[in-house]
Design a protein. Structure first.
Length: 276
């Protein structure tokens, strides 16, 4: 029995080790290419020479600082709006009773089935009609809407586990719906709020499909994903080392936000999994 348990543990540890390698290899390889000397071909697997020149050129020869700042602002604003939207929406669906609530919730879930590309024409038309082309505010609104819609189902499962008796007790003491949401529900849902914050920031920060269609002029106004694409599309010459250097530095804000909210993020995943 002990021997079988030991073999099982070894197999599990081996699988976890292999999974870690598979997960970390792409990022490690990007770092390797970023240090390569002028890698301009996808057929180059291992660079022959290494240098930090790519990181210097990233700031001197491109508008990387502007791209990074644009994406950070878009991601941060999207995160704030998404947290507010999802919190209020989920409180309504989880706590209030009104006609057609379940049908409306099902409709919100249904529209997520359709791929984003199907709505690209409509989104572009809206941007044109409202004069939002090449403006970050348009991306923030769209990203916040899409991120919020995608996180509603996840958040509702967590909010439903918070005892309604707490709301009733607060109402007996004269608390309003807004006070219950801000003083009771949201503090108890901190882990889930952290998940919403991280996920919405990552979605907006990395968004490329919509941004590439509506941000068509002004190199300095591009978000990071679209700006980096220009490095390998000919505008700055095809240079994969420069592109990977940008990807490495561009990932730093996401890593910082994740570690800042790591405690709540992991708590939200584990508690949500147990409760639901």
């Amino acid at each position: 029995m002990m021997k079988r348990k030991k073999i099982t543990n070894i197999l599990i540890q081996t699988m976890l080790f292999l999974l870690a390698i598979i997960t970390l290899f792409p990022f490690a390889y990007i770092i390797l290419i970023s240090l390569g000397a002028n890698v301009i071909s996808t057929s180059t697997f291992i660079p022959k020479e290494y240098t930090f020149e790519n990181f210097k050129r990233l700031f001197s020869d491109t508008h990387f600082t502007s791209w990074l700042g644009n994406s950070f602002v878009i991601g941060l604003m999207t995160m704030i709006i998404s947290v507010v939207l999802v919190s209020i929406t989920i409180y309504v669906f989880s706590r209030l009773k009104f006609y057609g609530k379940q049908k409306l919730f099902n409709f919100i879930l249904l529209i997520q089935i359709f791929p984003l590309t199907l709505s690209m024409v409509s989104i572009f038309k809206i941007f044109v009609e409202f004069g939002l082309l090449n403006k970050s505010i348009g991306l923030i609104v769209v990203d916040a809407t899409l991120a919020s819609a995608g996180l509603i189902m996840l958040a509702k499962g967590y909010f439903d586990t918070i005892p309604y008796e707490l709301d009733e007790a607060a109402m007996m003491d004269g608390a309003s719906k807004f006070q219950i949401l801000t003083k009771i529900t949201l503090p108890l849902a901190k882990p889930m709020i952290a998940i919403i914050a991280i996920q919405s920031f990552v979605i907006a920060y990395n968004e490329y499909t919509i941004a590439s269609a509506v941000m068509t002029t002004g190199v300095e106004s591009l978000p990071l994903a679209v700006g980096l694409q220009s490095i390998i599309s000919g505008q700055y010459g095809i240079n994969w080392s420069l592109y990977c250097a940008g990807a490495v530095i561009g990932s730093i804000p996401m890593i910082i936000i994740f570690y800042a909210l790591q405690k709540y993020f992991i708590g939200g995943l584990t508690e949500g999994g147990v409760k639901s």
